[in-house]
Ligand binder design. Structure first.
Ligand SMILES: NC(=O)c1ccc[n+]([C@@H]2O[C@H](COP(=O)([O-])OP(=O)(O)OC[C@H]3O[C@@H](n4cnc5c(N)ncnc54)[C@H](O)[C@@H]3O)[C@@H](O)[C@H]2O)c1
Ligand SMILES: [Zn+2]
Ligand SMILES: [Zn+2]
Length: 394
C-alpha cells in the first residue's frame, strides 16, 4: 500500500510499504477514507526527529471502513464506518475504567516511561504505524474505535479521532465558571475548535494568534481576537487585563504547545540537536532541548489570580524552568494531558447533526491525495497559503 513516511527532519514522502495484516485476535484492519495532518505531526517533523526512524508511517487522525477483523473484536464488523481515536486503549484496565484512556495500563509504553501507545507517534509512544496510508492496523480494536452513522460526508466526523475531543477536553479542563471568560492561546485547529466549543457553551471567548487567516477565521465566527503582532509595546497580559476588568480571565487554554514562536534560545538548541546522531540527540532533546515555553509563560501571566490554565498544547522537555513563585502566589490551577478521546464522544456526537453548530463540514482548508502530503506538511508548518486543516484522501 501507499503510506506517508518520515524520512528525516522536515522530510516526508509517500512510499510503497507492506499492507498491514491481523497480528492479534483483537486487531482490525481499516481501509482509510480520510486522515488529517495535525499540529502534533509537526513535533515529529522537526523537534522530536530524534525519536523517529526512517520509514515510520505517520498519522493518527484516521477514519474509514472496517476491512477485516480478528476473532476477538467484539461487535466490530467488516463494513462498519469508524473513527479511530489517536490513542490505543484496551477499555478494561484500571485507567480505562476511569476513562483515562491515554494512560491505558495495557498499552503504556513502559520502556520510554510514556502513557498509552499512539498511532504514528515515534518511539516515545510505541512506534505503531500510523493512518496516513491506505490501510491501518488497529490494535485493541474491540475498544479502539468509534462507530459512525452512514450518511454525512467524512468531513462531519473527520475530527473525532483527535482535535474535536482534544479541544473539548481543553475547554472542560479550563473549568470556566458560569458567566466567565476563556482566553484561547493559539488559533490552529485545536484552538479554533476550542473557541467554537466554548462559545457554544455560552462563555466569553478571546482568541490569540499571530497568523492573519487564523485570526480572521475566528473573527468570522464572532470570536473576539487579539493579534500578537499588533500589540506594539503592550504585553499580552496587560492587553487582556484591559478587556477583563483589570483582573484577567478566569481561564486560559494553551493550544500552542512547544511549537510556540518567541523563544530563540531553544530553537538554537533544537537545531543543534537536530544535527547530532539520534543516540546523542535524543537525551539532549528529552532533558534540555524541546523547551519552548513562550505560550505557557504568557498563560501564567494572563490568567487571573485563582484561575485555571488548561494545556492542550503538547510540551516535551524534562528541564523546563517554570515561574513557581508566580504560579504559587497567583494560586493557579494547572490541568493538562493528551486527550482521553472516548471520554468525550457522548458529549460531542449530538453536535454533529445537520445543523453542524461547530462547523465541521467546512473546517478543512485543504483536501488532497496522499501524494500531497510532502507539500502540505511544509505549508502547514510554515502556516502558509491558508493551510489550517489538511485532510488526506488515500
Ligand atoms: N492534548 C492532546 O491530546 C493534543 C491533541 C492534538 C494536538 N495537540 C497539540 O495542540 C497544539 C496545537 O495543535 P494544532 O493542530 O492546533 O497546531 P498548530 O501548530 O497549527 O497551531 C498552533 C497555533 O499557535 C499559534 N502560536 C504560536 N505561538 C504562539 C504564542 N506565543 N501565542 C499564541 N499563539 C501562538 C500559531 O500561530 C498556530 O496558529 C500542538 O502542540 C499539538 O501537538 C494536543
Ligand atoms: Zn492530531
Ligand atoms: Zn486500558
Amino acid at each position: 500500500m501507499r503510506a506517508v513516511t518520515w524520512q528525516g527532519k522536515k522530510d516526508v514522502s509517500v512510499e510503497q510499504v507492506p499492507d498491514p495484516v491481523i497480528e492479534q485476535p483483537t486487531d482490525a484492519i481499516i481501509r482509510v477514507t480520510t486522515t488529517n495532518i495535525c499540529g502534533s505531526d509537526l513535533h515529529l517533523y522537526e523537534p522530536l526527529a530524534a525519536f523517529m526512524d526512517k520509514g515510520d508511517v505517520l498519522g493518527h487522525e484516521t477514519m474509514g471502513i472496517v476491512e477485516e477483523v480478528g476473532s476477538q473484536c467484539g461487535d466490530l464488523r467488516v463494513g462498519d464506518r469508524v473513527s479511530i481515536p489517536f490513542q490505543i486503549s484496551c477499555g478494561h484496565c484500571w485507567m480505562c475504567e476511569h476513562e483515562l484512556y491515554t494512560q491505558c495500563e495495557t498499552t503504556q509504553v513502559r520502556d520510554q516511561g510514556s502513557g498509552a501507545a499512539l498511532f504514528g507517534f515515534s518511539k516515545l509512544y510505541g512506534q505503531v504505524p500510523g493512518g496516513q496510508a491506505e490501510f491501518l492496523r488497529v490494535p485493541h480494536a474491540q475498544f479502539t474505535h468509534i462507530k459512525l452513522p452512514d450518511g454525512p460526508a467524512d468531513d462531519r466526523f473527520a475530527y473525532l479521532s483527535d482535535i474535536l475531543p482534544t479541544a473539548w477536553q481543553g475547554v472542560a479542563y479550563a473549568d470556566v465558571p458560569e458567566g466567565g471568560t476563556l482566553v484561547v492561546l493559539g488559533l490552529g485547529p485545536i484552538g479554533d475548535f476550542a473557541c467554537r466549543i466554548a462559545q457554544h457553551l455560552g462563555h466569553r471567548v478571546i482568541g490569540v494568534d499571530l497568523v492573519t487567516d487564523r485570526l480572521a477565521r475566528a473573527t468570522a465566527r464572532g470570536i473576539e481576537v487579539i493579534d500578537l503582532t499588533a500589540l506594539n509595546d503592550v504585553s499580552l497580559g496587560d492587553a487582556i487585563r484591559g478587556m477583563t476588568d483589570g483582573r484577567g480571565p478566569d481561564s486560559v487554554l494553551d493550544a500552542v504547545g512547544m511549537e510556540a514562536h518567541g523563544s530563540p534560545v531553544t530553537t538554537v538548541v533544537q537545531k543543534a540537536a537536530g544535527l547530532l546522531p539520534s543516540s546523542i540527540a535524543a537525551p539532549i532533546m528529552e532533558h534540555a532541548g524541546v523547551d519552548r515555553l513562550g505560550a505557557l509563560h504568557s498563560a501564567i501571566d494572563v490568567v487571573r489570580r485563582g484561575g485555571t490554565i488548561s494545556l492542550s498544547g503538547v510540551y516535551g522537555g524534562m528541564a523546563d524552568p517554570m515561574p513557581m513563585m508566580t504560579m504559587f502566589d497567583k494560586q493557579i490551577q494547572l490541568r493538562m494531558g493528551q486527550c482521553n478521546v472516548k471520554r468525550w464522544i457522548d458529549d460531542i456526537m449530538p453536535l454533529l447533526g445537520d445543523d453542524d453548530p461547530l462547523g465541521c463540514d467546512t473546517f478543512a482548508t485543504h483536501r488532497l491525495p496522499l501524494e500531497g502530503a510532502p507539500d502540505a506538511y511544509r505549508a502547514f508548518q510554515e502556516k502558509a497559503d491558508g493551510h489550517i486543516k489538511v485532510q488526506l484522501k488515500p
